[in-house]
Design a protein around this ligand. Structure first.
Ligand SMILES: [Zn+2]
Length: 370
């Protein structure tokens, strides 16, 4: 995972900047109604004004973001200062918006990098093969061309030439089928190498149904276990359409993963704000959190102890006696999850998962170790 290591290094170097640094997590996900008409540009401008970011720096950031008519991300993480720091990361996950002018705030980025798994998508038929990777996080520069929906194409070169001159509409001769079989076998091994190199943990196979089924059978066992979906697609369709289909499959697979998480929490987990924060912070037994994207709640926080204070009226910290402050619950969850090494999934939209989380779990729940 060379890419992830580079990113980790970049994040560490940002975190070490003395500040003041502008940190902005800006939601640019076009599927969120609040972002229609690129209203995030207005939110960014207002937030930078509120935070007191110097005008020259504001202008640089605004110009950059305004030029990005299609950010190809759900969230942009922006780090900039007056000494030349200007880093933009594209996140393929939704992270609650926040804006700061002061110490760099890298916790949400670290959380995304540590906890979300890249998807791989193999697209193939009898004579063509393409491999796409969508990572939760990528830097704006370097590492190959970014296509629609954050997909990046990885070069895979088999040693023997691709089978030629036939389509799936012609009856197959045994010789050609044998050729395709050995072609798939080699591609299966190349797929394994790329998959592990890219850190892919969930794999989508797409193409004519009988071909994806055959390819899946040919795959090394450890790879077969990573397959989360087989999708029937026509490789002749335009690339934009193909990538939209892959993104739809990925979203469906993510929705399923979230549903499984909620089912597991029902079996052995904690639910509700009070019990979940206690289990996470004091008992240190939560390893995976699920929280509603739209959590409007606030909670008290002690900066000295880096602890949430569950009694909302406690202006003084019960542990150290210093003054506490009120913070948005989502910010506190990100900080606590990062400190405790717990994975944190924000679940958004109007669907059965958000219904369960809202109605049965009180908006927040966690999977517990014991
Ligand atoms: Zn305290």
């Amino acid at each position: 995972m060379a890419q992830a290591q580079d990113l980790r290094q970049a994040i560490t170097s940002v975190a070490g900047r003395p500040g003041p640094v502008l940190t902005a997590y800006l939601s640019v996900n076009a599927d969120i109604p609040e972002n229609q008409g690129r209203t995030y540009l207005v939110r960014l401008r207002d937030a930078m004004n509120d935070e007191g970011v110097p005008e020259g720096l504001q202008q640089r950031v605004r110009e950059y973001i305004e030029e990005e008519t299609h950010p190809e991300a759900r969230t942009l993480a922006i780090f900039a200062d007056e000494d030349g720091l200007f880093e933009i990361y594209r996140l393929q996950v939704d992270v609650p918006e926040s804006f700061r002018w002061g110490d760099p705030y890298v916790a949400p980025l670290t959380l995304v990098l540590d906890e979300y798994e890249p998807y791989g998508a193999v697209v193939l038929d009898a004579e063509r093969f393409r491999y796409f990777v969508v990572s939760p996080l990528s830097s704006a520069h370097g590492e190959g061309e970014m296509k629609a929906n954050g997909f990046r194409e990885v070069d895979v070169h088999p040693s023997e030439p691709y089978p030629r001159g036939r389509t799936d509409f012609q009856p197959a001769s045994r010789r050609t089928e044998a050729h395709i079989h050995s072609f798939y076998k080699e591609l299966g091994e190349l797929t394994r190498d790329v998959t592990f190199h890219e850190g892919v943990r969930r794999l989508i196979l797409a193409g004519p149904r009988e071909r994806t089924a055959e390819f899946r059978r040919t795959l090394p066992t450890e790879l077969q276990e990573l397959v989360v979906a087989e999708e029937h697609v026509d490789l002749g369709s335009p690339e934009g359409e193909l990538l939209d289909r892959l993104e739809a499959v990925r979203e469906r697979a993510e929705h399923e993963r979230e549903k499984e998480l909620l089912d597991e929490i029902t079996e052995s987990g904690v639910r509700g704000l009070d019990a979940t924060v206690a289990a996470l912070q004091e008992e240190n037994r939560v390893y995976h959190l699920a929280a509603l994207w739209e959590l409007e709640t606030e909670i008290r926080w002690c900066d000295n102890d880096q602890l949430a204070i569950r009694e909302i009226t406690s202006e003084e910290c019960p542990f150290c006696g210093r003054k506490t402050r009120v913070r948005p619950l989502t910010d506190v969850l990100i900080d606590l999850a990062t400190a405790r090494g717990a994975r944190l999934d924000f679940i958004l939209g109007e669907n059965e998962n958000t219904d369960t989380l809202r109605e049965e779990f009180g908006g927040i729940a966690g999977l517990t170790r014991f």
